[in-house]
Ligand binder design. Structure first.
Ligand SMILES: Cc1cc2nc3c(=O)[nH]c(=O)nc-3n(C[C@H](O)[C@H](O)[C@H](O)COP(=O)(O)O)c2cc1C
Length: 284
């Protein structure tokens, strides 16, 4: 009523599980609140076993091909949709994934993106994104002004790779923020790279941290690396910006100007700790 200004007397209010006969077809309504609006609801067409899933299982793809033909392409588009929109609601999604288990589904037709003629493809993908273990992956959003932080990032990335940890780095000056969100779906650890500017983290990093906090990825560990000139509250400010992340914070590494030998040793040690923690957690 608020969004379309349709008068109340035009509505039928249906409860969870209620059915509506259209003659030779029957719709059953399935309430899936907070996936991702408070009143999200799906409709199951019983005779044809089609689940009209509303926002659930959507993908960020606009194509005239009605059905999924290239699953790899749609996987990326659905992961982007999940990462950008659904990730903060993952506990609700988990509950609702269970709820639809009892339905015999031949086709899932979401409101966004292509129709899935093979529902297990998208059901399994969601199960993995939500319930699967984090990956042996460090996601490293960073920015640099004079390349000191960049030197630290380069060294740190090599060090992690040598220890068998995968890394995806994102330069926050140019990055596609949706791709960062997608990487956060899998990350075991987030490491933020920032120079100190105006006594705190660089504004682009503030934006990245705000987004990560809002998206609530399932990462278990977080650290900060970066360079400063004389001082500031970079670590305190960033740490205060991520209350939603249920992470263990690992000792940050900050270098004064260009990283010294000791700073590189500290980065090496940080990489070692992360590799060890990933092993302990059994990240894949
Ligand atoms: C606009 C600007 C503001 C800065 N503000 C601070 C600051 O408040 N505190 C500080 O310790 N360093 C400050 N610096 C110095 C940088 O943190 C320092 O040069 C650092 O090594 C830059 O790292 P980068 O090479 O990765 O950009 C500032 C530098 C610039 C250009």
């Amino acid at each position: 009523m608020d969004l379309l200004q349709i008068p109340e007397n035009k509505f039928i209010t249906v409860s969870d599980g209620e059915t509506l006969s259209l003659g030779d077809k029957t719709l059953e309504f399935v309430h899936t609140p907070w996936v991702h609006w408070p009143e999200t609801m799906m409709a199951y067409l019983k005779e044809d076993k089609i689940l009209f899933s509303c926002d659930f299982f959507g993908s960020h793809i606009a194509t005239s091909d009605l059905y999924v033909s290239d699953e790899a392409r749609v996987y990326e588009a659905a992961k982007r949709y999940y990462a950008e929109i659904m990730m903060p609601f993952k506990n609700m999604i988990k509950k609702n994934l269970k709820k639809i288990r009892s339905y015999d589904i031949d086709i899932i037709a979401p409101s966004h993106g292509s129709i899935y003629p093979r529902p297990s493809f998208i059901l399994n993908a969601h199960k993995d994104w939500i319930e699967g273990p984090s990956k042996n992956l460090v996601v490293l959003p960073y920015i640099t002004m004079h390349n000191s932080t960049k030197k630290m990032v380069d060294f740190f990335v090599s060090s992690l790779v040598e220890k068998g940890v995968s890394v995806e780095q994102f330069h926050l000056g140019v990055t596609d923020i949706g791709k960062l969100a997608m990487a956060l779906v899998d990350a075991g650890t987030i490491v933020i790279g920032t120079p100190t500017v105006l006594a705190g983290p660089h504004p682009n990093v503030v934006y990245g941290a705000y987004l990560a906090n809002a998206l609530r990825p399932k990462a278990k560990f977080l650290s900060i690396i970066g360079s400063y000139g004389w001082g500031g509250k970079t670590v305190e400010i960033l740490a205060g910006m991520i209350p939603n992340l249920k992470v263990e914070v690992i000792e940050p590494v900050l270098a004064k100007g260009l990283p010294s030998e000791d700073d590189l040793k500290a980065l090496e040690n940080l990489a070692k700790i992360i590799a060890m923690k990933h092993k302990e957690q059994g990240f894949l």
